[in-house]
Design a protein around this ligand. Structure first.
Ligand SMILES: [Zn+2]
Length: 328
């Protein structure tokens, strides 16, 4: 079975909440739950517009709960990392006292046998509340609200913004040919594969020719030069988003390998200041020593194992105006 590599992509968002949701979030830090009036109804969570008619609602907020009644529920026997509780729990529609609409939240009931339509529940508040729906850890059976941990009190200022990280994790099988590229990199060899039909050469253990739909394997392997020429580059000024480890401007360069049409894209440069990088510059591969860590995960888009970047090899630049057209 192919080895799997796990990649997580996270997008951080910061959004403004507006007068109604902002007031709802601020109230959560005070361990109060707000709804909004819409005619005779009380909507929870509160909204700026009526979801049935689209009509703008007055900012007529009213406190509800904090206890409520389970209207329907489903049991989650095997919670994932993204669920609100680590142990098995129920997702339930809970109609808080005084509300017309139910709120979806988790109930820590211990067992599905303890859950029923009509069951009374109360919130378990988080001790440290930030103004998010997760300030309610979950609901518990009974009429008594609880606090998890030490109560740190309400927010010192009204909550107007919300930080949110949308995150998705992929698990991709690593082709055998990509593992062979990593193995060859231990010997400081750059392994390519040559299509027997079109004779194009691919790096990174792609495992097939996308032009001819031909599978490429061990029999198609060729050794690539570890000397090349920079054809394009970008200087990246790092923005300090979550997960960014770079703090200074850095370069990603495209390197055309000698003796082939192979371009390695987005390559780090080493011992070469960002301001000195040029199109036409001659470079040589730099390999991690056995003691050094290197990313051998086989990320999406190809991998070269222990290849960590490229440095100038001292040869004169190549003066060819066509070089900048080479990005593939
Ligand atoms: Zn081909």
């Amino acid at each position: 079975m192919a080895r799997l590599v796990e990649s997580t992509i996270t997008f951080p968002y910061r959004r403004s909440l507006g007068p109604v949701v902002g007031a709802f979030m601020t109230a959560l830090t005070e361990m109060r739950i707000l709804g909004t009036r819409s005619g005779d109804a009380v909507l929870v969570p509160p909204m700026e517009w009526d979801p049935r008619t689209g009509a703008e609602l007055g900012n007529d907020l009213v406190e509800v709960g904090p206890s409520g009644t389970v209207e329907s529920w489903t049991w989650v026997p095997n919670p994932s990392a993204q669920h609100p509780l680590a142990q098995p729990f129920a997702f339930a529609f809970i109609r808080l006292d005084g509300a017309t609409t139910p709120l979806l939240h988790a109930v820590d009931a211990g067992s599905p046998n303890a859950m029923s339509v009509g069951a009374r529940v109360a919130p378990r508040w988080r001790g440290e509340r930030v103004g998010a729906i997760t300030d309610i850890v979950c609901f518990v059976l009974g009429e008594s609200a609880e606090i998890e941990g030490t109560d740190a009190g309400p927010a010192s200022e009204p909550v107007t913004r919300m930080d949110y990280e949308a995150s998705i994790t992929y698990r991709n099988p690593v082709p055998v040919s990509a593992d062979r590229v990593i193995e060859a990199s231990q010997e400081h060899r750059l392994l390519g594969q040559k299509c027997p039909v079109c004779e194009r050469v691919y790096a990174g253990g792609r495992g097939y020719c996308p032009i001819d739909a031909v599978e490429l394997g061990e029999g198609h392997e060729v050794d690539l030069s570890d000397v090349g020429t920079i054809t394009n580059f970008s200087i990246v000024t790092p923005v300090q988003y979550p997960g960014q480890t770079e703090t200074e401007p850095f370069v990603r360069a495209f390197v055309l390998l000698d003796g082939s049409d192979v371009i390695l894209s987005y390559q780090p440069v080493i011992e070469l200041p960002a301001t000195d990088v040029r199109v036409g510059q001659r470079v040589v591969a730099v390999w991690a020593s056995p003691a050094e860590d290197s990313d051998e995960g086989g990320a999406m888009g190809g991998t070269y194992g222990r290849l960590i970047g490229w440095m100038p090899n001292g040869e004169p630049d190549i003066d060819d105006p066509d070089l900048v057209n080479r990005i593939f």
